[in-house]
Design a protein around this ligand. Structure first.
Ligand SMILES: Cc1ncc(COP(=O)(O)O)c(C=O)c1O
Length: 480
C-alpha cells in the first residue's frame, strides 16, 4: 500500500529516522557489551546446567507470535537473550559435556566468525571475493600438512560432514557412471559402508537417489571395524548379480566407538574394483595431528576423498567441515554449471568455489579456522588432543579396575564405551541419574545389542578432574 495514502502510518525513510544515524554507534556499544558477555560466559559456563531445563514448546510460547513493527534496542534484545534464550541452550561449551562427540569452539574462532559476518563477503566465484577462495586454499593446505595428508590434495569447506560425504558420493558416481549427470542414475549402483558408519552416509545415498536398498552395510569385526573379507565378498556377489559397485566409505573414528576401519585393505579392494574410496574422519581425523596417532590415517593417502570436521575436535564453532579430494577434476565435472554472468577468469590460479559443489554462495568460514590455527599453533592443538586421548585411556583403566563394570570397545581415541554389568534398564538409569545432576551430560549407545554408556572427551575447557568426577558420579549412580 502507498504510505502517502495513510500519513499516520508513514514509515520514516532512513534519512528522516534518527535511529539510522545511530546505527554504527549503537553497534559499537552493544558489540563491546557482547564481547564482555562472551568472556564472562567462558569464565562461568561450568556453573550453568549442562542440559537445557526447558520443556518442549516453552521457549516458543515465551516468544511473541509476530515480529515487532518498530525496531527495538540492543539492551532489550540482550536482556531477553539472557532471560529466555539462555535457559533453552544446551551448553556444548561446558567442560562436563561428555555426550555425543564433545565438540569444542574457541575464542579466536569467534572473532574470525564475527569478522566474516561483518564482511558478509560471498566467495562463490574468485572475483566475488578473492580472499575467500585463496585463504580457504591456504588454510586447508596448512591443515592437510598438520594431518600428514599428501601434497596436492584439493580442499574445500562445506557446512557439515553430512554435506561433505554427500558430495563424495556424487563424485564417486561421476567417476564410475558419468552418464548419470545428464540421464539420472543408471540402475544397479551400489555403495558399501560398515554397519557402524554414520547415518549421514546412508542419507547421502538417499539424497543422491542411490536408494537405501543399494547401501550395503558391511559387517564389522569384534572391535567394530569393517571386515575387508566381507566387503570383498559383497562386491563380488553384487557384480555377479549384474550390479554396479561404485563407492566405498571407510570410517576413521566411527560414531559409537571411534573404531578405525582398515583403510589400507579397503583401498586394495576399492582399487581392484575401480571404486571411489571416501574416508569419513569427521571426528577422529583431527587426532592425526598428534604424531603417535597419525597411524589412524594410514592408507588414507590412497582414498579419493576424506572429510574432517573442524567443528568437532578442532576448536572451531559449528559449522566448518573440510572436504579433501585428490580428484578435484571429477568433483568439478560433477558440479560445474556456469551461468553466463559468472564466467571464469581464465587464470589457472583463480578457482571458483561454486564449481565444486551444490551451494552457490560460499561463506568466509576459512577465516575462523585460520584464526584458530594461528592463535593456538600446531603445538598447542597437538597437546590438547593428546591430553584428551590420554584421559580417555586413564578412565578406561579405572573402569577396568572396577569389577561391576566392563568395557565394550577398545579406546583408540577420546571416547570410552563401557557398561554396568546389569540390565539395559540399569544402564539407562545410570545415564538418567548422571544427567539429572545437571553437572554432567553423558549419552549411551547400543553395542552387541546392549545399552552401553559412552563418555566422549573433546572440550577445550575439560580437565582430568572433570572426567574423574564423572566417573565417580557414575560409580555412585549404580543401584545396589
Ligand atoms: C563419523 C561421523 N561422520 C559424520 C557425522 C555427521 O557430522 P555433521 O553433523 O557435520 O553432518 C558425524 C556426527 O557426529 C560422525 O560422527
Amino acid at each position: 500500500m502507498d504510505s502517502a495514502a495513510n500519513p499516520k502510518k508513514a514509515v520514516p525513510t532512513p534519512e528522516q529516522d534518527t535511529a539510522w544515524k545511530n546505527y554504527v554507534e549503537d553497534f559499537r556499544g552493544a558489540g563491546h557489551e557482547t564481547v564482555e558477555w562472551i568472556a564472562r560466559y567462558f569464565n562461568n559456563v561450568a556453573d550453568l546446567p549442562v542440559l537445557a531445563k526447558v520443556k518442549p514448546g516453552e521457549l516458543l510460547d515465551a516468544l511473541p507470535a509476530s515480529a515487532p513493527e518498530l525496531g527495538e534496542s540492543y539492551a532489550a534484545m540482550l536482556s531477553d537473550f539472557d532471560r529466555i534464550i539462555m535457559p533453552a541452550v544446551t551448553q556444548w561449551n561446558h567442560p562436563r559435556f561428555f555426550a555425543y562427540f564433545a565438540c569444542t569452539g574457541s575464542a579466536p574462532a569467534i572473532l574470525g566468525e564475527m569478522l566474516a559476518a561483518a564482511l558478509n563477503t560471498n566467495g562463490l566465484h574468485w572475483k566475488t571475493s578473492p580472499a575467500v577462495a585463496e585463504l580457504e586454499t591456504r588454510t586447508l593446505d596448512w591443515l592437510r600438512q598438520w594431518m600428514g595428508l599428501p601434497a596436492g590434495w584439493f580442499g574445500i569447506i562445506y557446512d557439515t560432514a553430512s554435506t561433505s560425504s554427500m558430495h563424495a558420493i556424487v563424485a564417486a558416481r561421476e567417476m564410475v557412471a558419468p552418464e548419470a549427470r545428464r540421464e539420472g542414475n543408471p540402475p544397479g549402483l551400489v555403495l558399501y559402508t560398515s554397519e557402524q558408519s554414520h547415518s549421514s552416509i546412508e542419507k547421502g545415498a538417499i539424497a543422491v537417489g542411490i536408494g537405501q536398498n543399494n547401501v550395503r552395510k558391511v559387517p564389522v569385526d569384534a572391535d567394530f571395524r569393517m571386515r575387508p573379507d566381507a566387503l570383498a565378498a559383497m562386491i563380488e556377489q553384487d557384480k555377479a548379480a549384474g550390479k554396479r559397485p561404485f563407492c566405498v566409505v571407510a570410517a576413521v573414528g566411527t560414531t559409537s566407538t571411534t573404531s578405525v576401519d582398515p583403510v589400507p585393505q579397503i583401498a586394495d579392494i576399492a582399487e581392484k574394483h575401480g571404486l571411489w574410496l571416501h574416508v569419513d574422519a569427521a571426528y577422529a581425523g583431527a587426532a592425526a595431528i598428534v604424531p603417535e596417532h597419525r597411524y589412524i590415517l594410514n592408507g588414507a593417502e590412497r582414498a579419493h576423498s576424506l572429510v574432517v570436521n573442524a567443528h568437532k575436535w578442532l576448536l572451531t564453532p559449528i559449522d566448518l567441515s573440510v572436504f579433501y579430494t585428490r580428484r578435484p577434476d571429477i568433483l568439478r565435472r560433477a558440479f560445474s554449471l556456469v551461468p553466463e554472468y559468472l564466467q571464469p577468469q581464465g587464470d589457472p590460479r583463480a578457482h571458483d568455489l561454486m564449481d565444486y559443489g551444490v551451494p552457490l554462495g560460499h561463506r568466509f568460514r576459512a577465516l575462523k579456522l585460520w584464526f584458530v590455527m594461528r592463535y593456538f599453533g600446531r603445538e598447542k592443538v597437538e597437546a590438547l588432543l593428546r591430553s584428551h586421548i590420554e584421559w580417555a585411556r586413564r578412565l578406561a583403566d579405572l573402569i577396568d579396575a572396577d569389577p561391576r563394570f566392563e568395557r565394550v570397545a577398545p579406546v583408540p581415541l577420546s571416547v570410552v564405551c563401557f557398561r554396568y554389568k546389569g540390565t539395559d534398564e540399569d544402564n539407562k538409569a545410570i545415564v538418567d541419574k548422571v544427567n539429572a545432576s545437571e553437572k554432567f551430560f553423558i549419552a549411551y549407545t547400543v553395542l552387541h545389542g546392549k545399552v552401553t554408556l559412552r563418555l566422549a572427551i573433546g572440550n577445550l575447557a575439560t580437565t582430568w578432574e572433570d572426567v574423574h568426577e564423572a566417573w565417580k558420579l557414575i560409580q555412585g549412580a549404580v543401584s545396589t
